[in-house]
Ligand binder design. Structure first.
Ligand code: F6P
Length: 319
C-alpha cells in the first residue's frame, strides 16, 4: 500500500474534520501518501482529488463541517458511475479509500469494494442510526446543540407558561430526540420507534398544568414530524398556548465536543491501521467502549436496537 484517499459524504457532521485529520496524519506517519477527495462521491466522479500533507489538516480539529466538503451523490447508485470512480482512483494511483459518512455513503463504499477498490468506512452522521456502532461521529455535538436550544426554550416557555413542541433531527432514528429528552428534562418525547396517542399526550399536559407545572416540553423526532400541526392540536385540546420550534440544520453545525473529537481520532487512526493490516471492506465503530471493526456487508445488514431502557427512564422521570 502506497497511497490512500479520504472523502466525506452525505450530511456533514461535527467531528468529520477531526476524523480527516486522524486519517491523514496516521497515514503520513506510516509512510503513506494521502489524497483528499472534495465533495464526496460527486467530487470523485469529477476527479477532484488533491494531495494532503500534515499542514492540510492543521487547525481543523475544532471546526464543524468538513474541509473536504460533502455531497449526496445519486449517480453513485448506478454501476457505470462507480466503475468510473474506480478508474479515477486507479489513475491517481490510489490503493484504498476511506469513506466518512452514514449508511448511504457506506453503501457506496460497499459497492465500490465489489469493483476491487479497498475501502474502510467511518461512521459520520448526527443521526446515530448505524446499528453496528453505539455512537457515530457528530451525534454528541448535535445532542449538545439541541440541548442548548431546549434550555433556552424552557426559559421562554416557563415565562409564558406555555407548551413548547421542539422538533429534533435524526431522519428515521429517534436517538437524538430520546437522548435530548432525558438530558433536557422534557416532559414527553415522540419517536418513530414508538406508538403514541395525541389525546393521551394532551391529557398528560393538562394534568401537568393542574399539578403546577409552569412549562411543558414535548420533543418530536424528525421521523414523526408535523410539529406545527401538533402544536395547534395541543393548544386546541388543552387550552394552553403552544409554540413549535423546528431546530433543523443548526444541529449539524458547530465546534465538535471533546467526545466527538476523541471518537473521530480513534476511528480515523484505526481505519488506517486496518488498511496497513491488509484489511478491506470494513467499517470501524465503538461498542461497549471498545473500538471495533465489522465487515461492511454485515454492518449494513444489522438491525438497529432501540434503547428501551432509556425510553422507560425518560417516561418515568419526566413527570
Ligand atoms: O443525516 C443527517 C440529517 O441531518 C438528517 O437528520 C436529516 O434528515 C437530513 O440529514 C437532512 O438532509 P439535508 O441536509 O440534505 O436536508
Amino acid at each position: 500500500m502506497n497511497k490512500i484517499a479520504v472523502l466525506t459524504s452525505g450530511g456533514d457532521a461535527p467531528g468529520m474534520n477531526a476524523a480527516i485529520r486522524a486519517v491523514v496524519r496516521t497515514a503520513l506517519h506510516n509512510g503513506l501518501k494521502v489524497m483528499g477527495v472534495e465533495r464526496g462521491y460527486a467530487g470523485l466522479l469529477n476527479n477532484e482529488l488533491k494531495p494532503m500533507n500534515r499542514s492540510s489538516v492543521s487547525d481543523i480539529i475544532q471546526r464543524g463541517g468538513t474541509i473536504l466538503r460533502t455531497a449526496r451523490c445519486l449517480e453513485f447508485k448506478q454501476e457505470e458511475y462507480r466503475k468510473k470512480a474506480a478508474d479515477i482512483l486507479k489513475k491517481n494511483g490510489v490503493d484504498a479509500l476511506v469513506v466518512i459518512g452514514g449508511d448511504g455513503s457506506f453503501m457506496g463504499a460497499k459497492l465500490l469494494s465489489k469493483l476491487g477498490v479497498k475501502t474502510i468506512g467511518l461512521p459520520g452522521t448526527i443521526d446515530n442510526d448505524l446499528p453496528y456502532t453505539d455512537y457515530t461521529i457528530g451525534f454528541d455535538t448535535a445532542l449538545n446543540t439541541a440541548l442548548d436550544a431546549i434550555n433556552k426554550l424552557r426559559d421562554t416557555s416557563t415565562s409564558h407558561e406555555r407548551v413548547s413542541v421542539v422538533e429534533i433531527m435524526g431522519r428515521n432514528c429517534g436517538d437524538l430526540a430520546l437522548y435530548a429528552s432525558v438530558a433536557g428534562g422534557a416532559e414527553s418525547v415522540l419517536l418513530p420507534e414508538k406508538e403514541y396517542d395525541k389525546d393521551e399526550l394532551c391529557g398528560l399536559i393538562k394534568s401537568g398544568k393542574a399539578s403546577g407545572k409552569m412549562h411543558n416540553l414535548v420533543l418530536v423526532a424528525e421521523g414523526i414530524g408535523g410539529s406545527e400541526e401538533l402544536a395547534k392540536y395541543i393548544e386546541s385540546r388543552t387550552g394552553i398556548e403552544t409554540r413549535a420550534t423546528i431546530l433543523g440544520h443548526i444541529q449539524r453545525g458547530g465546534s465538535p465536543t471533546a467526545c466527538d473529537r476523541v471518537l473521530a481520532s480513534k476511528l480515523g487512526f484505526r481505519a488506517v491501521e486496518l488498511l496497513l493490516e491488509g484489511k478491506t471492506s470494513r467499517v470501524v465503530g465503538i461498542r461497549d467502549n471498545k473500538i471495533i471493526d465489522d465487515d461492511i456487508d454485515d454492518a449494513l445488514a444489522m438491525k438497529r436496537k432501540f434503547d428501551e431502557k432509556l425510553y422507560e427512564i425518560s417516561k418515568i422521570i419526566s413527570y
